[in-house]
Design a binder for this molecule. Structure first.
Ligand code: DAH
Length: 334
């Protein structure tokens, strides 16, 4: 073994080392590179073992050569390692960066149907006046829907509330008035409630009729109430719901559960025409007696109106069928 020989080997390894390094493309390659050249049993370590075979006087020069080779291999390895982690970081940044200018992924959010909004608005107005919100079943019995409301079997007034029957005694309620009875049966006066809810009638659909619709029932029962109190409350409601300047008018009507019975009208500021907004009246003494109240001392008034009608008047909607037609172009307007 001679120095010249070793020098040649060093050069070969240096060339091989560079070409190997060029092929490194991932951390595993780089580790293989380290093991091959810089490992404890690697090429360079192997060459150090040859030093002993050299003549004494050539050993230090040879040692220097090997040290240089080892140092340059180490430097190349470290450079490459740094570069690798820089690339990995850049890659990760590129992968994880967020483009804040891209439009977001929109999730369409629905909203309450106009009828529900109007129902809530009506409830809120009456809650502020001290009324509670009550409800009753949509499948009602003949007793609550008719008998207790002073509409006996075979009475011609039943025709006005003709409806769908489940069996001989159960029916789909055609109005919310039966809720009056259910609440009064379970509470002592004073009673102040509004009862919103779905109703059904055997009506053929047209612009103003629907077999399914919504009503609100209002009931105030206490000693000493008169029609004047009813008129005042309705005036207040119209003011709150439609706005200031409306007139309210009562005219005669008939309902079996009220005496006297009235029809309520309102008139827009500056308009000539009176618009009907619902039926009302003083609760009939027979109805008060049916729920166990003393009609000699207890008085009350009631009012029933359609939620669709209120919404139609307020928002200028011309056809009741639009509410349940499920046309998003209509629904999204409100
Ligand atoms: N229940 C009646 C209907 O559906 C409306 C009504 C009239 C309700 C007079 C009342 C009332 O409370 O007093 O036609």
């Amino acid at each position: 073994m001679e120095l010249a020989n070793l020098r040649q080997q060093v050069e070969e390894v240096a060339v091989r080392l560079r070409s190997k390094l060029q092929q490194v493309s991932n951390p595993a390659d780089l580790e293989a590179f380290r093991v091959e050249f810089l490992g404890r049993k690697g090429r360079i370590a192997g060459m150090f073992k040859l030093l002993g075979a050299l003549p004494q006087e050539e050993r230090s020069q040879a040692g220097e050569l090997l040290n240089e080779l080892k140092a340059s291999a180490q430097r190349l390895f470290e450079e490459r390692e740094r570069e690798g982690s820089r690339n990995a970081a850049t890659e990760r940044l590129a992968r994880e960066s967020i483009d804040m200018t891209l439009p977001g992924e929109g999730r369409p959010i629905g909203h309450l149907h106009l009828l529900t909004q109007v129902q809530h608005e009506i409830e809120t107005i009456f809650l502020h006046m001290g009324f509670d919100v009550a409800s009753g079943p949509e499948i009602e019995t003949d007793y609550y829907n008719f008998e207790a409301l002073n509409i006996p079997a075979d009475h011609p007034a039943r025709d006005d509330w003709d409806t769908f029957y489940i069996d001989d005694t159960h029916l789909l309620r055609p109005h919310t008035s039966p809720v009056q009875i259910r609440v009064m049966e379970n509470s002592a006066p004073p009673v102040r409630i509004v009862c919103p809810g779905r109703c059904y009638r055997r009506d053929t659909q047209d612009a103003t009729h629907s077999p399914v619709f919504f009503q609100v029932e209002l009931l105030w029962v206490e000693e000493g109430l008169t029609l004047a109190n009813l008129r005042y409350i309705i005036g207040l409601f119209v003011h709150e719901f439609f706005g200031p300047g409306y007139d309210v008018r009562l005219s005669g009507d008939f309902f079996p559960f009220t005496e006297p019975s009235v029809q309520l009208h309102m008139r827009e500021p500056g308009a000539d025409k009176w618009l009907e907004i619902g039926g009302a009246g003083m609760v009939d003494p027979a109805v008060l007696a049916n729920v166990g109240y003393d009609p000699e001392t207890i008085t009350g008034f009631a009012f029933g109106f359609g939620i669709e009608r209120m919404a139609m008047l307020k928002y200028g909607i011309g056809d009741i069928r639009t509410f349940l037609a499920n046309d998003l172009r209509f629904i999204r307007q409100f």
